[in-house]
Design a protein. Sequence first.
Lengths: 93, 153, 118
Amino acid sequence: MRQVIGLIVLLVVIAFLVSGMLLLIHPFGYPPSDMDDYIIENAQEETGSNNVVTSVVFDYRGFDTLGEATILFTAVTGVLLLLRTVKRKEENS
Amino acid sequence: MLSKIVRTVANQLILFILIFGLYVIVHGHLTPGGGFQGGAVIVSGVVMLLVAFNSQELKKSLRERTLSIMESSGALIFIGLAFAGIGIVFFYNFLVGTPIFGRIPVTGPNPGDIWTGGVIPLMNLAVGLKVVAGLSAVVLAMALFSSGEEIEE
Amino acid sequence: MMEHVPLNFPFLAAALLVGISFYILIFKRNLIKLIMGIGMLASGVNLFLVALGYRTGGNAPIYTDVPEGPMVLPVPQALTLTSIVINVAVLALMLTMVILIYRHTGNIDSKKSRILKG
């Protein structure tokens, strides 16, 4: 029973993805780009760096980088908390 | 621990990997790269040292307290730089125009000048420090857990 | 409609990666294979994000010694950077939990290690 439901879900997902990539998306190589034209024109005067991708990551969208640094910090804390071994004391209770 | 040839070559190669990783971090506002990419390069050098030597040998050089202080100071410098321009907006680039990192480059294609960029090179250094300390602590903890040691406080 | 098929190859490759990853997640029971499936899903999504912002004949969006011509869009590349770092963090936590499950129950089959003891 679980196999049949799994097969139906898989076929629906694959049909939706392939039909979406053929019918619903813009042709490859000509994207709509109003916000990115403004960023490419004005990134050198407003932020002062040559690398437009770095200025988008740290200046125009710096709040996403703050959230990403928080996720990295939380994941490292979680891993170091789980991998702790305590020496077992051999006692006779 | 692997043979003597591997240990000697790893001892010599770690210096070049460290310098290349620092080059990718510091020139983050001129060439492709930045904080996260340079931090990943340095962590791959630490993994090479972990494979060549035992994990108990590496635990004497990279202590837990040093890595913890490095990661926390990286996070605090990043948040301090974000809050320093709070007079106008959060994350305001307040160093453009001042003589610290604040030259404005020529518009259009140009050879890069390293004293540009505002607050971006300092943020690159803070994020690079955080990534190096965090990921090498994770890799060291996984290697030590599988061989039966305990991690001190 | 059929003239879009030769041009949209990167989008079809990303859809193929996501489809194979869904097959792995539904039908396989080994925990290590499930983690590999999640990694494949992450790769498919990252490829789709980068392929969204390509302009024909464009150069990299960096002004240091760039040749003439249009530039590709920089915002999807910034989103892909964040996505890669988040996937690394989640993958590290998943692998740690698999190590602990193996130490406590002794096998890595997802049906046999579902028993809550104590």
